[in-house]
Write a protein that binds this ligand. Sequence first.
Ligand code: ZN
Length: 316
Amino acid sequence: MATSPFSRKSLGLEGKEPPAVPPVAPPERGFLRKPKLGAARVRKKDIPEGIWTKCPKCSTMIYDKELDEHLKVCPHCGHHFPIGARERINSLVETCSFEEMDAAMTSVDVLEFTGVASYGEKLDSYRKNTGLRDAVVTGIGRIGPSRVGLGVMDFGFLGGSMGSVVGEKLTRLIEQTTAQGLPLIIVSTSGGARMYEGMFSLMQMAKTSAALAYHARSRLPYLSVLTHPTTAGVMASYASLGDLILAEPGAMIGFAGPRVIKDTTQAELPPGFQTAEFLRDRGLIDAIIPRRDLKEQLAFFLEFLMGSRQPLATSP
Ligand SMILES: [Zn+2]
């Protein structure tokens, strides 16, 4: 009896010949299954890293050099990207006028905190990646004609979290400006207190606030600039204590996250909740200033406030 002509070939079992039926895809690649988490990464390979950045608001691809020229603001829709502390300082102070303070101060892993990685290891990797020693850079520089104490936080260093070093550097800056009779600007961006330092990070809230009280008692102005995002322990201390509180457009500003508030209050949150614009309309923030105008506006406010301070301070 003759064998069926389909029996071996159609099953692809015939010697060197290729199978007549294409092999069935393994079940993990079937279209009904969820794509693996890393699957989207393949598409990113098409875009060389460090040359183009996609704007999350208007989806335009922006040439990185162009983004840098616009101080990390989207030239199409005005979306404010995060900006590093040193870039921010360069964009605000007069050339070569900035003298950094406490540049070598570093955190100590006092609790010997260990999670997925130890706190010490995390600090090492963030120092290497950012070129910073901690999440704030402080110093005294000149904006327009005014000398000013300037503290700038960097979200890229452990989420701009406030540990002992951030608190101590800012406190020293505030005390120095009080001693020298200078105005003060702190540009904040932070996820809050640094959990790796436990109670030591929470103590920084009281320390910085107390130093600001002495600064205010000397009738010296303090301008707080809130950038995306400024939350939790930082917002609950020095960031909300400014004589003038300014913010960048679209910045998320608040204490607890919206989900926590919604779960706690069991109420629907209004649209735009915790944005700079929402808080300006309700009086917490005095003005929203786009990044390109920030230097000019700060120079104006400093001159105005320090100029008006003289007759007030000398009046009986
Ligand atoms: Zn855009």
